[in-house]
Ligand binder design. Structure first.
Ligand code: SF4
Ligand code: SF4
Length: 376
């Protein structure tokens, strides 16, 4: 986790050809470097073992229920926005063995997991996803019960943000106050500038670890012009962000519409597949599964991501509480944009747009919330 620097953010210049040197230092320091790659025709975050594995020269086109990669004429490293999965899959894995136990004469003996906490370096974290990590930090490490596996992974993680200089069609981070630029919570933040003649990164430092990396790289300070160029690129991203969600009084407005007929209209389209929860970087619900071998001598306890769209999710003795498709979608949207605030003091949505892109029928949380409020 970034240790805050005493100094205000400093700005440096990293030439595109020097990105390899940054990666080499991370490898030398034995980080497990996780970076964007292409898998299943989408941007994915995968472990890489060398600079050559970093993907380059792609942009993405996203619409409700649609995702396509295309060549980037500017040949940037980070021309796309977000793919289907998020960094959550490393910090809070979908399927995590919590412990193993075995029969020891008459009792079960719990076998401690002796594996060391991972030491990740996340390269290419978008500002919305950084906010999603901050939300998970609050839920998983600041409440009465601390998720120790999450905390250990998080404490060791080095975060290199990439500020967005291109808005995806489904992004609405600016409305949610989570992007497109990160101001804190990172070790380094890069803004990629590629104008046909020059190709470089403006690098902001956000922690002591970030400053150490800069000093090892021997980077020179950015000029006023270079800082302004990066600021303009980010301002342009905001200007180009076409999806807007007015968050003024949003919590109360959604709460006031719990009985709206518009929920029935959404339920006509929703398949209750749960994709939206699986791609969401802030959804954290999990189930616990215990399994034993056939002899009853060994047992495993596993934590698995759960989905609030199933009947089982609200099963209590005698049956499920949310029996209709409508009630399950309403729960999801209401939690993200309204009741999450009561629980954690913040929205549960960072405006990354994933649930819109990866919904097979193109249900759009920002548009549905707007229509719901206008329907009243
Ligand atoms: S909103 Fe879309 S992704 Fe979510 S459960 Fe319904 S159909 Fe699936
Ligand atoms: S609710 Fe949708 S837009 Fe909001 S953070 Fe989750 S996936 Fe992203």
């Amino acid at each position: 986790m970034p240790q805050e620097t005493d100094k205000k953010i400093s700005h440096y210049i990293l030439k595109a050809t020097e990105l390899k040197s940054l990666l080499d230092i991370l490898f030398q320091r034995e980080y497990h470097v996780i970076a964007p790659s292409i898998r299943d025709k989408s941007i994915e975050y995968d472990p890489i073992a060398s600079f050559d594995e970093i993907t380059r020269g792609w942009i993405d086109h996203q619409k409700p229920g649609s995702y396509r990669l295309a060549n980037d004429e500017q040949d940037r490293f980070f021309g796309y926005v977000v793919g289907f999965s998020s960094w959550k899959k490393y910090l809070y894995p979908a399927d995590k063995k919590l412990f193993e136990a075995e029969m020891d004469t008459k009792n079960f003996r719990v076998i401690e997991d002796g594996t060391a906490a991972p030491k990740y370096a996340f390269l290419g974290v978008r500002s919305c996803d950084l906010k999603a990590i901050e939300i998970l930090d609050k839920i998983l490490t600041e409440g009465p019960y601390v998720d120790l596996d999450y905390k250990r992974a998080r404490d060791n993680a080095l975060i290199i943000v990439v500020n967005c200089t291109r808005a995806g069609e489904n992004c609405f981070c600016y409305s949610m106050g989570t992007g497109p630029r990160a101001y804190s919570g990172f070790d380094l933040a890069l803004t990629e500038i590629s104008d046909g003649e020059k190709h470089y990164f403006l690098v902001d430092t956000g922690s002591r670890s970030g400053e150490e990396l800069i000093s090892e790289l021997g980077l020179s300070s950015a000029s006023e012009d270079e800082i302004k160029t990066a600021e303009k690129a980010i301002e342009q991203t905001i200007a180009n962000m076409s999806k807007i969600l007015n968050t003024d009084g949003l919590k109360e407005k959604i709460w006031a519409n719990l009985d709206s007929l518009y929920w029935d209209e959404i339920a006509e389209r929703c398949l209750n597949c749960g994709n939206c929860t699986l791609v969401c970087p802030t959804c954290f619900c999990a189930d616990i599964e215990d399994t034993t071998d056939i002899a009853g001598e060994k047992a495993n306890r596993t934590r698995k991501w759960d989905v609030c769209y199933t009947l089982n999710f609200t099963y209590v003795h005698g049956g499920s509480i949310r029996t209709s498709c409508k009630s399950r979608y309403r729960q999801w949207l209401t939690h993200k944009l309204s009741t999450w605030i009561d629980q954690f003091g913040m929205f549960g949505c960072v405006g990354c747009g994933r649930c819109i892109t990866w919904c097979p029928v193109g249900i759009d949380i920002a548009e549905e919330a707007k229509q719901l409020i206008e329907s009243s």
